[in-house]
Design a protein around this ligand. Structure first.
Ligand code: P6P
Length: 336
């Protein structure tokens, strides 16, 4: 049987009325941009793109050269096609306006162009995370597109996905009808469907958290992690393994592939920061993917996808992955 490329999959989704032609085009363009980012990332020290740029992003984080380059690749790939009304990114303070010479479209693209970039210099997997929303009807396509056009809950996403730049480059995508995985065939130059129906196992014996923050966690998280560490002799009655790659795309991809629980809770270090991860371009797209794969995603109290955003770069606590464990740790928060 001939291999199904991303393009063929998207055409078939359009024929089944799952995916309008302009959304199909959007996903194709994002996928092509991810191939270009993969090429730059894979150059490593040979490409002169490692190390830090002389700049900081809106988060106050030092930008890596590849952060800036990946952001530019996504902007340049998407600004001319007529499928977008605007873009927003971790690397830009405010919404990106489609240049006047190009037509505007019905969608908004939000992305973290290179998540986990602190891992690049040590050759650990990184990725691109993206989320697609519809542009609100009250924007007529003329004039300035405000940040508030993007402030839509995660349930309003029409598509979400990530590219992971690891031993293989893969694109993982949901259009709201399950989760598919595509592996980049570098000889063909195309993403090829390799994972027909990705599912998160309901139960797991593996969790992911940065343990060095333990003294800062709130009581429900301390209680839960203590129970995980207590293993078979503890209340959960089984031994757990731990992983923390410190690259959300890599940790989530592992969980999507074999189960697990990813946690980045709020902690006491900075009360003004309810967690480290950003809602619009990290938590929401990953939550849609995980839920579409049968998992769960909460901020400890409510579904991440139900959170009504108040700012473009707001942060949220994140608990996502195997449903049984997400429900358990969430129940501890609710009981607190
Ligand atoms: P820490 C990467 O900077 C990131 O945003 C996520 O990809 C990752 O899960 C997290 O931060 C790692 O945070 O505090 O362990 O370095």
């Amino acid at each position: 049987m001939s291999r199904v490329t991303l393009s063929r999959y998207l055409i078939e989704e359009t024929r089944s009325n799952h995916t309008p032609a302009d959304l199909r085009f959007l996903i194709e363009v994002v996928a092509r941009a991810c191939k270009a980012i993969s090429h730059q990332v894979s150059k490593g020290a040979l490409g002169g793109v490692l190390g830090s740029a002389d700049s900081e992003n809106v988060q106050g984080e030092v930008q890596k050269k590849l952060d800036v380059l990946s952001n530019e690749i996504l902007l340049e790939a998407n600004e001319w096609g007529g499928h977008l009304a605007g873009m927003a990114s971790e690397e830009m303070d405010h919404a990106y306006q489609i240049p006047g010479q190009y037509p505007k479209g019905a969608y908004l693209l939000v992305f973290d162009p290179l998540d986990g970039s602190s891992n690049i210099d040590v050759n650990v997997s990184v990725g691109t995370i993206f989320s697609v929303l519809r542009c609100p009807d009250d924007y007529d396509g003329d004039g300035h597109l405000g940040d508030d056009a993007f402030l839509q809950s995660g349930t309003r996403q029409v598509a979400a996905g990530y590219a992971i730049y690891g031993p293989q480059t893969m694109l993982v995508l949901t259009l709201g009808y399950g989760v598919k995985g595509f592996t980049l065939d570098r000889e063909l130059g195309s993403f090829v469907l390799t994972h027909e129906d990705m599912q998160v196992p309901a139960s797991t014996a593996e969790f992911a958290i940065n343990m060095s923050n333990q003294r800062h966690w709130e009581a429900p998280v301390k209680r839960y992690v203590d129970e995980l560490l207590a293993g078979k002799q503890g209340p959960l009655g089984k031994n757990y393994n731990m992983r923390w790659i410190a690259s959300m795309v890599a940790d989530v991809h592992r969980i999507l592939t074999r189960g697990g629980l990813f946690m980045y809770p709020r902690d006491g270090r900075d009360p003004s920061m309810p967690g480290k991860l950003r809602l619009m371009y990290e938590a929401n797209p990953m939550a849609m993917i995980i839920e579409q794969a049968g998992g769960a995603a909460t901020d400890g109290v409510q579904r991440i996808l139900d959170i009504e955003p108040t700012s473009l770069h707001q942060r949220v606590p994140v608990f996502l992955g195997s449903r049984e464990e997400v429900e358990r740790v969430t129940s501890y928060h609710r009981a607190d």
